[in-house]
Design a protein around this ligand. Structure first.
Ligand SMILES: *Cc1c(COP(=O)(O)O)cnc(C)c1O
Length: 488
């Protein structure tokens, strides 16, 4: 229980005085600049145990306001040591991502404006800037003008909305009558490869379709969906009275960044009048690079595509973009305008709340717009191209070394590899796990793993705006040192 509050007079109602705001604001920007300049002195992976931070924080809220000095001092003392530093140039785990200065400014302004982008009139700037910025991004990606963009928080949510729109298109009155208690409704089916992201499963669960509705299709030896197996699965389901309505292709799978054959899947989708959604959360950004535009081949016939600027376009979390050819279906699935939200202009403008479960939405387009303007298409291309080059360089070191092997192709900036050993009896899963934990414990780098064909595989993902050849060379040296320690 917190302290009882006495009925004392609180002076100065209202916000922090302007002069104080100005002073701390300047200090905070200096703090952030120092943080980025010295980030390499900090361990990438937080070197704390579960509960360490909680044990140092008071269990009850302060009755009296505290000084910003005291609060900021605790950022240094308590918060920073408990951070895993995603902005560290040697963060190579999962999909390495990073924020950028113009993105931070965008977040700062967005917090100051604090608009709830739900109706055009509550946020004309947010609504229209979103449309324009996403059209710029669409052009950079080489997507056709039939695709309209919409910002959600994450790819998980973007994909869930895409599947909801696909279901709305099936004309089964699910919006009105739901799915439970209906004898007239056969099983509806969504297809994705067995390498698809778990967010597809979660979206299906959330939409009340049930996990049974997701059929996982096997992949080829390069982890790409087997189109023939998909066609057979759909035929079989149809024979059994199941309604196939959606295919989810992945461009840049989570384990290996493999690319499903979207062109072939589109053919199958069209043949059966199904929605084709492309999960390009990670890989989609690469299509802004002219020689990598092919990664979105086939999307000119897809129904929706998701990509995350917060993954590989230097945008602070969160910002996910859904491009959709049928915003009308998305709107039909989600629009619900109570009297208090009716406006005279509503027929002429876009209202964000019509396209999803949220009413209020953050002004996320601002940071993306500032990032695209500050770096320009060229600047963004140069950075992504460099990340791919660094990944190829690392992959070539792996390839040329007798101690390591590549476990999957490297179409983007993710390398899947593992240590091998002359002793055929050696347990390579244990060895690689020990190498990974050893490397992470140095605080000098952070890698993660996956399982491929039941083999523990290390993943090196390059995508941070600060990562250079020096960092990639350093992690290679650390890995080799760990290998020596665990095999001698
Ligand atoms: C990262 C990722 C996701 C999930 O992204 P969130 O924005 O965190 O929901 C989904 N699919 C793929 C292919 C991803 O790489």
């Amino acid at each position: 229980m917190s302290q009882p509050i006495e009925k004392t007079e609180v002076q100065n109602l209202g916000d922090m005085p302007a002069e104080e705001f100005r002073r701390h604001g300047h200090e905070l920007i200096d703090w952030i600049a120092d943080y980025f300049q010295h980030i390499e002195d900090l361990p990438v992976l937080a070197q704390v145990e579960p509960g360490d931070l909680k044990a140092q924080l008071p269990a009850t809220p302060p009755a009296r306001g505290e000084s910003m000095e005291a609060i900021l001092a605790d950022i240094d003392r308590l918060i920073v040591p408990a951070l895993t530093h995603w902005s560290h140039p040697s963060f190579f785990a999962y999909f390495a991502t990073s924020t950028s200065a113009p993105g931070i400014f965008g977040e700062l302004l967005s917090a100051a404006f604090d608009v709830k982008s739900m109706l055009w009139r509550t946020s004309p700037a947010s609504t229209e800037l979103e449309e324009v910025t996403l059209d710029w991004l669409r052009q950079m990606l080489g997507l056709d003008a039939g695709m309209s963009g919409f910002i959600y928080d994450t790819a998980s949510v973007s994909s869930k909305h895409a599947i909801a729109a696909a279901r709305e298109g099936v004309e089964l009155r699910i919006r009105e009558e739901g799915m439970s208690g209906r004898k007239d409704l056969p099983l509806l089916r969504v297809y994705a490869s067995d390498q698809a992201h778990s967010s597809i499963d979660k979206g299906i669960i959330t939409l009340g379709l049930g996990q049974k509705s997701l059929r996982k299709i096997p992949v080829d030896n390069q982890f790409r969906m087997n189109a023939k197996a998909l066609a057979e699965a759909i035929d079989e389901d149809k024979r059994n009275g199941i309604i196939p309505f959606c295919i989810v292709a992945t461009v840049g799978t989570t384990s290996t960044s493999s690319i499903d054959p979207v062109r072939e899947l589109v053919e199958i989708g069209e043949q059966h009048v199904m929605w084709l959604h492309v999960d390009a959360a990670y890989g989609g950004s690469a299509a802004i690079v002219p020689e990598m535009r092919y990664v979105l081949d086939g999307c000119e016939r897809a129904d929706s595509v998701v990509l995350n600027p917060h993954k590989w376009l230097f945008t602070p979390f969160d910002c996910s973009v859904l491009y959709c050819r049928h915003l009308d279906l998305l709107r039909r699935a989600f629009s619900l305008v109570p009297e208090y939200l009716r406006t005279p202009e509503q027929e002429k403008v876009r209202s964000g709340s019509d396209y999803g479960v949220q009413l209020g939405r953050r002004f996320r387009a601002l940071k993306l717009w500032m990032i695209i303007r500050y770096f320009g298409h060229e600047g963004l291309v140069a950075r992504i191209r460099e990340h791919c080059r660094l990944a190829q360089m690392f992959a070539s070191w792996v390839n040329e070394s007798p101690d390591w092997e590549l476990m999957a192709p490297t179409p983007f900036a993710l390398v899947c590899f593992r240590a091998i050993h002359a002793d055929k009896q050696a347990n390579l899963d244990e060895l690689n796990e020990a190498i990974m934990h050893g490397a992470n414990a140095t605080g000098k780098a952070f890698l993660s793993h996956t399982k491929l064909n039941d083999k523990l595989t290390l993943r090196l993902s390059i995508g941070n705006i600060r990562t250079t050849k020096r960092h990639v060379k350093q992690v290679w040296d650390i890995l080799n040192e760990q290998l020596r320690q665990h095999t001698s």
